[in-house]
Design a protein around this ligand. Sequence first.
Ligand SMILES: [Zn+2]
Length: 195
Amino acid sequence: MPQAAPWHDGWLAHARRCESPNAGPRPDATAVELVLVHSISLPPGEYGGDAIERLFTNRLDWDAHPYYQQIRGIEVSAHFLVRRDGGLLQFVSCDARAWHAGASCWRGRHDCNDYSIGIELEGLEGERFEAVQYDALATLIAHLRARYPITAVAGHEHVAPGRKRDPGAGFDWARLQALTHLPARYFPEGILDPG
Ligand SMILES: [Zn+2]
């Protein structure tokens, strides 16, 4: 039986669309090969509010919390956000370039924003994530692989070591591998080994 088309251009049909202006075209003829996993919560450690979507759409009130002074004025985005309850939001078409990686390098290839999909998990770096978030992430990766030639899944910490630490030690890469059925070569070297 044919299924309902999961994609409309670069937008996933079952994600809630919340379009961000913080995006641009990918370089010509760029294969989208990398899934980049991040974590974010605003304010840090507080879940369920609308501050993340406000940040990614340049509508955050910088004076609403003391922490926001540290990020005042930044213009960032990701393609997706997976909330603590597994809810999925999309901010940027996957055909476009979102602003999530910054200075970064994966297996010798610089500027990961050019060729990656950025997925934020609502959470605190170093802390644990919810089972439904892994399920939603694995489903999302399956949809991405049906449309883009994904060859790798990594964390922000792996493409910007020393500068970024998300999603951090609380993220269970072995669990993600099991749910996605991806070979170990898709993941950063060493992270699937316990300890
Ligand atoms: Zn990040």
